[in-house]
Design a protein around this ligand. Structure first.
Ligand code: NAP
Ligand code: ZN
Length: 353
């Protein structure tokens, strides 16, 4: 075991503060990674503030961060995929049982024994729970380590490990989107990646936003049109016309208003995870045989496919780079949707702690 510098929160209401955390020495199949950048996902905020207490209560101290890019510093004797110096990424999972039907299907995120990157039981017993990427280093089983394309800007790659795969996976699963009308609800960390992917797959992309000030950005990011969802007239004009809608909203909202935007057999997929249940009108689904689904990140193979796709198409997240010392301020801004469009923490800032 060794000690790594990190930023942790001691309770749901405590601000982040500098800390040191235990990390295990590399076992045979492990890779040790020096973390260079870590994105700030809204799930980090939900977890730190214990907003998902009814489903996944938070254990403190909590060290979030599951949008990790870094450099390999050490490999275990039986780890064959990586060598020191390689640029790599780690997303929301660091292990699974490798043997259940979900793991066999490459859908490790649904494994009943999946170990998530933070706030998950630590089966190595290094600490009560796993600690995430707001830290100088991490040790991960090599089968959960991803290769990062060399041509991309690393700070903008970090958010691909969660925001990227979470939007890429349901968009790919929906099928051939060429020429289809696709809506992305909420232009935040996930939403702006959804726009980039839907556009790259040839869809007619429409952004629904509550923030009129994001209109120009949405178009720049690849949307063909923007609807301000608080404007009833704009909403009415598009009712019944969408094939597929990806809903990324992090807070309570009227889901029926977006179901009404779908055409016959249209689907709305939820990736946003508001803390309280949404109210669903059965009638909104019945007329038009519409469906509603959910999607959770993506498997490891699909995450690598997404990273390779981003390398080929030069896709990264639009980031605001911050030092770790600005983390509490960044959280306040994230709640207000005041970030374009993901904070990426420059982990070299931890060296001065
Ligand atoms: P984010 O950067 O905060 O973006 C969320 C966006 O939702 C905001 O930018 C805002 O967009 C819109 N929004 C926020 N509050 C709203 C409200 N009260 N009413 C309507 N719209 C609102 O968050 P994120 O990191 O993209 O995460 C979004 C959600 O996805 C979170 O709940 C997160 O936990 C969840 N998530 C799920 C998965 C998964 O695997 N399913 C993975 C990662 C994250 P506008 O300003 O454009 O309206
Ligand atoms: Zn996330």
């Amino acid at each position: 075991m060794y000690k790594a510098k990190a930023y942790s929160a001691a309770s749901a209401t405590a601000p982040f503060a500098a800390d040191t955390i235990p990390r295990r020495e590399t076992t045979e199949r492990d890779v040790q990674i020096e973390i260079l950048f870590c994105g700030i996902c809204h799930s980090d905020l939900h977890t730190v503030r214990d907003e998902w207490s009814s489903v996944m209560p938070t254990t403190y101290p909590c060290v979030p961060g599951h949008e990790i890019v870094g450099k390999v510093t050490k490999v275990g004797s039986a780890a064959t995929n990586f060598k020191p110096g390689d640029l790599v990424g780690v997303g929301c999972m660091v292990d699974s049982d490798h043997s259940c039907p979900h793991c066999h299907d490459g859908l490790e995120q649904f494994c009943n024994n999946a170990t998530f990157t933070y706030n998950s039981a630590d089966k190595h017993g290094t600490a009560p729970v796993t600690y995430g990427g707001y830290s100088e280093s991490i040790v991960v089983d090599e089968s959960f380590v991803l290769r990062v394309p060399a041509n991309l800007h690393l700070a903008g790659v970090a958010p691909l490990l969660c925001a990227g795969i979470t939007t890429y996976s349901p968009i790919r699963r929906w099928g051939d989107l060429a020429g289809k009308k696709v809506g992305v609800v909420g232009l935040g960390g996930l939403g702006h990646m959804g726009v980039k992917f839907a556009r790259a797959f040839g869809a007619q992309v429409v952004v629904f936003t509550t923030s009129p000030s994001k209109r120009e950005d949405a178009l720049r990011l690849g949307a063909h049109e923007v609807i301000v969802s608080t404007n009833d007239e704009e909403m009415k004009q598009h009712a019944g016309t969408f094939n597929f809608i990806l809903d990324t909203i992090a807070a309570d909202h009227d889901i029926n208003a977006y179901i009404n935007m779908l055409g016959r057999d249209g689907n709305i997929t939820l990736v946003g995870a508001p803390e309280s249940p949404l109210q669903l009108s059965a009638f909104a689904l019945l007329f038009g045989r519409k469906s509603i689904s959910g999607s959770l990140i993506g498997g490891i193979a699909e995450t690598q496919e997404m990273l390779d796709f981003c390398g080929e198409h030069n896709i990264t997240s639009d980031v605001e780079i911050i030092p770790i010392q600005k983390i509490n301020e960044a959280y306040e801004r994230l709640v207000k949707s005041d970030v374009k469009y993901r904070f990426s923490i420059d982990m070299s800032s931890l060296k001065s702690e």
